[in-house]
Design a protein around this ligand. Structure first.
Ligand SMILES: [Mn+2]
Length: 341
């Protein structure tokens, strides 16, 4: 027997009719887009385009170069230079579909336009604690691996298997692959493997895709990781905790940008003694804190309680504004060295 993911039928009926009635649709995902954000927004874009919709993907800071090989990525709007265009698209849309984020603040500079837009807004997401008041229809499933997996089940329920062609499957597989670290976390639900099997059956060549998704480091990025691991990692074995701290200067000296730092935090969990890891990263206007955990420690709670953020039980993040790197390091140490596990 297959373990399909059940999606509420009434909600699917509403989604189908709203899409049918709309002609201009905007699909939007969070700032610092990752594979799941790019994959899920492009998948929805391809599906709606096939239906003849006038549809745009808007990402607050554009498509990260690491996913510029995904089909349709060249059409993505976003970034500093296209901000006015993105605002205009949001404000004049008939329907907005938000994927892979749970609250308007996660689209940064586009938050106001997203909130001000008067059209119907649909959320398809897997983060904890969605801002229910900001959306008219919510497919919110925190137990699901990725927005891409959820989009698969929603699209299958709404438009049937034919809506998911090889191109859509490529986008969806990419997000599932990245958000589960290659099926190594958020991977306890049988429905995940059903979705992956169905996508692989669309002839997507996962081996080849994995090279694009994973084996894409620049030399600078690899050398930066070597530097970070040898010079910017603090380990507290007695507290089962470790963290990286990366300044803007570190980033400039190694010629890397924020996309290149994604994933560094996961190296903390590679340590046998470590059960919770963090990455503190300086950005021009804030200091970002990313958190990861093994087993049952809830970093989502820590992110929302101490760092104005949120996310998932085992992967979450937030930030500190108006604090120095040293102050954030002290705060992180205070928070985690006092937690019992
Ligand atoms: Mn995601």
């Amino acid at each position: 027997m297959y373990d399909m993911l059940t999606i509420d039928n009434q909600q699917i009926t509403i989604l189908r009719s709203w899409v049918e009635e709309a002609s201009d649709v905007v699909v939007i995902a969070h700032r610092n887009a990752d594979g799941d954000a790019v994959g899920s927004s492009l998948a929805i874009w391809h599906i709606l385009r096939s239906m003849g919709k006038n549809v745009f993907v808007v990402l607050p800071d554009g498509c990260p170069y690491t996913y510029s090989w995904l089909p349709g990525s060249e059409s993505i709007r976003g970034g500093e230079r296209q901000q006015d265009e993105c605002r205009g698209l949001l404000l004049s849309a008939d329907l907005i579909i938000a994927v892979d984020f749970n609250a308007p603040y996660r689209v940064a500079a586009l938050q106001e336009a997203l909130s001000e837009a008067r059209c119907r807004k649909v959320l398809i997401d897997h983060h904890e604690n969605p801002a229910k008041e900001a959306f008219n229809l919510l497919f919110s499933r925190p137990e699901i691996s990725s927005a891409c997996e959820l989009c698969y089940w929603v699209a299958l329920s709404a438009w049937g298997p034919d809506a998911i062609d090889r191109t859509v499957a490529t986008c969806l597989y990419t997000g599932i692959r990245t958000d589960t670290g290659g099926l190594s976390y958020s991977c306890n639900q049988p429905s995940l493997y059903e979705a992956v099997a169905a996508l692989v059956a669309r002839d997507i060549d996962p081996e080849r895709l994995n090279h694009f998704i994973v084996d894409n480091y620049s030399v600078d990025r690899l050398m930066f990781y070597a530097f970070a691991i040898s010079q910017r990692l603090k380990i507290f074995p007695e507290h089962k905790f470790a963290y990286f701290y990366i300044s803007l200067d570190d980033q400039h000296r190694h010629h890397i940008d924020s996309v290149d730092i994604e994933g560094l935090v996961n190296y903390t969990l590679r340590l046998q003694q470590v059960e919770v890891g963090a990455l503190i990263r300086e950005e021009p206007k804030r200091i970002k804190v990313s958190l990861r955990s093994k087993f049952d420690f809830n970093v989502e709670r820590i992110a929302s309680q101490f760092f104005n953020g949120g996310g998932h039980i085992k992967a979450a993040g937030g930030d500190c504004v108006g604090m120095t790197m040293k102050e954030v390091m002290d705060k992180v140490e205070n928070v985690f060295l006092s937690q019992t596990r």
